[in-house]
Design a binder for this molecule. Sequence first.
Ligand SMILES: [Zn+2]
Length: 335
Amino acid sequence: MSAPYPWLAAPWAELVARAARDALGHAYLLCGREGLGKFAFAEHFARGLLCEQRPADGQACGACRGCLLNASGNHPDLKLLTLEEERKSIVIDQVRDLIEFFTLKAHYHGRKIGIVYPADTMNNASANALLKILEEPPASALLLLVASRPALLPATIHSRCQRINFELPAWDVRERWLSAQLATRDKAPALESLTLCGAPLEVLAQLDSARPQLMNDVIAALHQHLTGRGNPLEVARGFADVEVRRYLDTLELSVQAAAQLRAGHLPPQLRLSANSQRQLQEISDKLHFDSLLSYLDQVGASRAMVLRSSGVRGAEVIENLWQSWMKSMQLEYAP
Ligand SMILES: [Zn+2]
């Protein structure tokens, strides 16, 4: 098994088999929520393709010229487009560099690979520029687009890529893997966190962050302000130490869970602690399904705004969302 993580074995085997038959497409869109290792998958796969030992299992040998170039970050046939410092979008100049990269002949094996991550941060101009490659890909080109929010990408990009969906793995697979990673560390908070947010890599990252139990806190705050009373600014301040994207993801997941409870079931991957489940149940009992969905829309719109523009203040976005939560609660309870 040579996929970077055990739960990626199936899509890995599929792509490696295609590569062996020389039947790879020119562009793949790797989709799935944060914390599943999509980018690691893309990078590993690219390195395997550029390995001069041509490994049957897709796993780069680590010792050949191609692998050594990759290890030093200097392989001339692999290009990574990602967010530059202080930027929230992948900009058109970066995509132009990628176009130029693809017009030059490959240095070694003949294949040239571009990885765009996170592809959903491309603005319209960048996405349009990228279409040039997707519409007429050079014979040697392979493009791997990695996106947690594929809906933010234009339909023209979707229609020119083969889509690979990364699903949240079964509970026991995640639990086993996480336990092995933690080795001697205390596993209890990790498993609690895993029940809350689900994606294994996300849990590992959260354990080292200031707020490992963020989803607990968000659900508790939603629940605490069910009557619409409270000061939005104060609630927002309580989350001042949290990076805004992570906050929005967690808020979305929490409200989604409430909506799912309202509709009668929690998805089996999401195992909430008893306390959070009780609070969510109360939220979903008291709210109309439509109100939850309309709040979800607002969260989604806020995140799109944060992703697309660089001048947005995270604290303000968080405060506005609390304001609108309280407002909809007041409407809900208006006599
Ligand atoms: Zn190699």
